[in-house]
Write a protein that binds this ligand. Sequence first.
Ligand code: PMP
Length: 421
Amino acid sequence: MFSPEKLREFLGRQIDALARRIKGKQRRRSAIADRALIIRESNIRDAARLVSQLPGITNLGQGLPEYPAPQILKDAAVAAINTDWNQYSNTWGYPQLREAIARKMKHYNGLEADPETEITVTVGASEALNASLLATVNPGDEVIIFEPFYENYHPNVAICGGTPRYVKLHSPTWTFDRAELIAAFNKRTRAILINTPHNPTGRVFTMEELSFIADLCKQWDVLAITDEIYEYMVYDGRKHISMATLPGMRERTITISGLSKTFSITGWRLGYAVAPEKYTRALRRVHDYLTLAAPSPMQIAGITALNMPDQFYEEMVAKYQQMRDQICQVAKQAGFEFAQKPEGTYYLFTDPSRLGFENDRKLWEHLLYNHKLATVAGYCFFRPDAETNHIRFCYAKSERTINAARDKLIGFRDEQLAKSQ
Ligand code: PMP
């Protein structure tokens, strides 16, 4: 016979065992890992799929250049396939491409890097970001992210089990508050993600801003991961500054860039990470198992891209600056406000709150369905619970597309004026 205590203990054990069995069954029933559940789907890429199915849309949405790739690059890619550069490359990237990246880093970024031990070719800057974070961030570590942010950053950090720690870039000038940044650093801070020129705001971080961030990184022994994918798109005579060139930052910075934007080849999937040997060794280990290597013929053609003369970049900047000025003018006329023209990138991030829509999703839908104009709603660039009202326009578009967008925005403005009368 059980005493009452023994009976209680026995029943308690039975209940615990039952609870464990139910929990185990529930876990088995979910085919999806927690990791995948915390990632929100890409709104920009979702929208891009929708937009591609709608007829008659003028697309200033997803950040892909509408221009053809330079002919010399296309010829180089075709030649690479025809001459059988069709097998896996060295997983870190062909040595010739890494040498070309090293030359470019020295010439444009003012950074000396050893192609053998410090440069890794990746499947786009996207993979370089993932590999860098996976190689350096442990579960529970904090990663500082300026908000608004490129929408990949949140999932990139979450996949590692890291915690994003947001620091606001305040509208309308999109600058950070120094006290807020200081407050974000602590013992758990592992890395800070810096994107300059910045998507979506078009900000180009100044030397003062970067120096301030650098001092905090040194003080707290924090790694800087800098996403410089728009490095060539800087306007009005500005200069792009690579964080790794600041005193004491070379040894604590992973510099990430790629060929997608500069050469209008977002589909070729070529990016790279430049980092001190200890970080390179770690991120290469992750990279080898994430993707093995970037596409071989594209890598060979990428060498031709990186050998383009300075004139290529000068013409590109002049073209983008002209497009920027045009889109700024039309957007302003249509009631989309902004404090300053974008300093870099090919995006204009606007404040449409005076137009009276409930939020940016509603305005985004209205522009898409009633005016056949695709943009990106600002909420994609903020943490999930943020209340936002911004519209991003991408202006890496042809004259024809910009003109069509102008007509649609004028139509929208007239509709809004008629409504208010
Ligand atoms: N970083 C930023 C800030 C971007 O805007 C993008 C593309 N939209 C990427 C990285 C990804 O670049 P890639 O095509 O080289 O993967």
